[in-house]
Design a protein around this ligand. Structure first.
Ligand code: ZN
Length: 423
């Protein structure tokens, strides 16, 4: 039975992959609707022929990789459960030490290490692809270093969360998910608080803006939005990528706006100010806090669903999955599988909220700068630097786009421009 289920899972993965290959490469078209052709949103007006071809190729492969990555992870969890590898991890942990409290950390190490090896090929393909298309500028050792940091942070988090989780599962098999959620609230807030000062600096260097003239302009801008000056940072990304980005992160006294140095290097001052105004929009409208509240609400629902689904799966396939009970830590791959599935399924909903906030930040930026040309210029440069699609296929937008498409963002600015020209 376990064998049959394993074969079925692999087949399902292959069929799913073929569907998305067909959808992305043959079915969907990213050409612009007639009325947008020749406008500032049309890539033909700001990219050369080579860039246009590369964008099509690169984004199609990227999109396919995106759609394969979550199910690949699910397949991994299903297969380690069905093949009994999960049981081996536990046995190896028991053989390694007589000290009971060390067994779970050893089991977690094996689970995350083998899981890491399983997704490594996908990460590597993604890295080398991005290198081939000249997006990533990162050397292999530097990429590997980031991968290892990822691994240890992930392991460290499991080391903190999992023992508490199984303590709750043992003590309260029916209500563990409520207690787990209650504990996750302060933990999430704490992680958000320390993210910019502890986690992010492990990967890159953060410092105040280097270009003092530009800094003065930005701080003048920030003062208008009542954002204290010490909350604007630059991060060195040029040695890793050609793409551009800016974002708002952290909460409370650690909240800050971060600009990649690539953004600062490649855009004009007016364009940078537009991007800054967009980030200030997020900051002023407290999008991060709304995001955290939404995340916490969703995670309560998610934990409840994990609880009910896990009971159903164990009642039906507990024997095939070789999990004696939910409170046995061998159920962890099942919990991770369910969480990953729920996250993937819920992503279109969280993306809708995120796209709404992003559209609001764009509106804030245009109202503050009153400079649609700077905004359009910055969006065109962003599209070019990331070889991204202006008008992605529907499913790509639903699952992948936390921002409105560039077609929508640029058209919004063009409409603003038209309207204010008439006034
Ligand atoms: Zn934004």
């Amino acid at each position: 039975m376990a064998r049959k289920m394993g074969v079925f899972s692999i087949l399902a993965f292959v069929l799913y992959g073929l569907f998305f290959y067909w959808y992305l490469f043959h079915f969907s078209s990213s050409s612009l609707p007639f009325e947008y052709q020749g406008t500032s949103a049309d890539p033909v007006t700001f990219m050369n022929g080579r860039e246009l071809v590369l964008t099509e190729e690169y984004s199609k492969i990227r999109n396919l990789m995106f759609f394969l990555s979550s199910p690949w992870e699910w397949l991994f969890y299903i297969l380690i459960l069905l093949t009994g590898l999960n049981n081996c991890f536990k046995r190896w942990a028991e053989d390694a030490t007589k000290r009971k409290f060390l067994r779970l950390p050893i089991y977690l190490f094996w689970l995350s290490f083998v899981g890491y090896l399983a997704v490594l090929p996908l990460s590597y393909i993604s890295y080398s692809l991005s290198k081939t298309y000249n997006i990533s500028t990162q050397t292999f050792p530097s990429w590997m270093k980031d991968e290892l940091i990822d691994f240890w942070i992930n392991y460290g988090m499991l080391l903190i969360i999992v023992p508490v989780l199984y303590f709750l599962l043992k003590k309260s098999p029916k209500r563990w998910w409520v207690f787990a959620w209650l504990l996750s609230v302060p933990f999430t807030l704490f992680m958000m608080f320390v993210q910019p000062v502890i986690i992010d600096p492990l990967y890159n260097d953060f410092y105040p803006l280097k270009d003092k003239e530009l800094e003065a302009k930005i701080l003048d801008f920030a003062a208008k939005a009542h954002i204290p000056a010490e909350h604007v940072y630059e991060v060195n990304m040029a040695e890793k990528t050609n793409a551009m980005n800016a974002y708002v992160t952290g909460i409370g006294s650690n909240s800050r706006i971060v600009l990649w140095d690539t953004t600062l290097n490649k855009l004009t001052d007016d364009q940078i100010l537009f991007i800054m105004a967009h980030e200030m929009g997020h900051y002023v409208e407290k999008h991060l806090y709304i995001g955290i509240a939404g995340y916490l609400l969703l995670s309560l629902l998610g934990l409840y669903l994990v609880h009910t689904l896990m009971q159903q799966v164990l009642a039906k396939w507990g024997r095939e999955a070789k999990i004696p009970s939910a409170s046995d830590y061998r159920s962890l791959p099942l919990i991770l599988l369910l969480l990953s599935m729920l996250m993937f399924i819920s992503s279109p909903f969280s993306n809708v909220v995120s796209r709404y906030q992003e559209a609001r930040a764009d509106t804030y930026a245009i109202n503050m700068t009153k400079d649609p040309r700077a905004g359009i210029g910055s969006f065109q440069q962003l599209t070019k630097a990331g070889l991204s699609q202006v008008n992605p296929p529907f499913l790509v937008k639903m699952f992948r786009y936390g921002h409105p498409t560039m077609l929508e963002r640029i058209s919004m600015l063009e409409e603003y421009e038209l309207k204010h020209r008439e006034d």
